[in-house]
Design a protein around this ligand. Structure first.
Ligand code: RB5
Length: 142
């Protein structure tokens, strides 16, 4: 199960991504927001972050205008490694090296075509499991 959430700046892109996940046959849980009315991104970062941290969802996707504010809020939560990606190279690397569990996107930064490729790269790339990467991830948690 993939948790997904956004603020008003990410709402349109969230709808595109949900359609894409459904087309791929992937289950997702939509934590809002549900319109383009102005709202506060930390609320949705927390809802998605909690779902990932408590194991209800394996991974999360968070979208605001830039991806930045919502990633800062998500990264305050224990066990969350949220990465803003604007390209597929970073999406692949953050899974392989950082075992990122939340992908953050900017609805005002990337178009839907690129965003969907970034989502697919993130979801389809496993963590390398290399000792040096595990050591570094553990250092972040300390
Ligand atoms: C909302 O206008 C905007 O500040 C928000 O979506 C996000 O980009 C914050 O980092």
């Amino acid at each position: 199960m993939i948790a997904i959430g956004c603020d008003h700046g990410g709402f349109a892109l969230k709808e595109e991504i949900i359609k894409h996940l459904e087309n791929r046959g992937l289950d997702c849980k939509d934590f809002g927001c549900y319109s383009e009315e102005s709202c506060d991104y930390p609320i949705y970062a927390r809802l998605v972050g909690q779902a990932v941290a408590n194991g209800e969802c394996e991974q999360g996707i968070l979208i605001c205008g830039t991806g930045l504010g919502i990633s800062m809020a998500a990264n305050k939560m224990e066990g969350i490694r949220a990465a803003v990606c604007t390209d597929c190279f970073c999406a692949e690397a953050t899974r392989q090296h950082n075992d990122a569990n939340i992908l953050c996107l900017g609805g005002r930064v990337v178009g839907p075509g690129l965003a969907i490729k970034i989502v697919d790269t993130f979801l389809d790339t496993p963590f390398s499991g290399d000792e040096r990467h595990l050591r570094r991830i553990n250092l972040i948690e300390q």
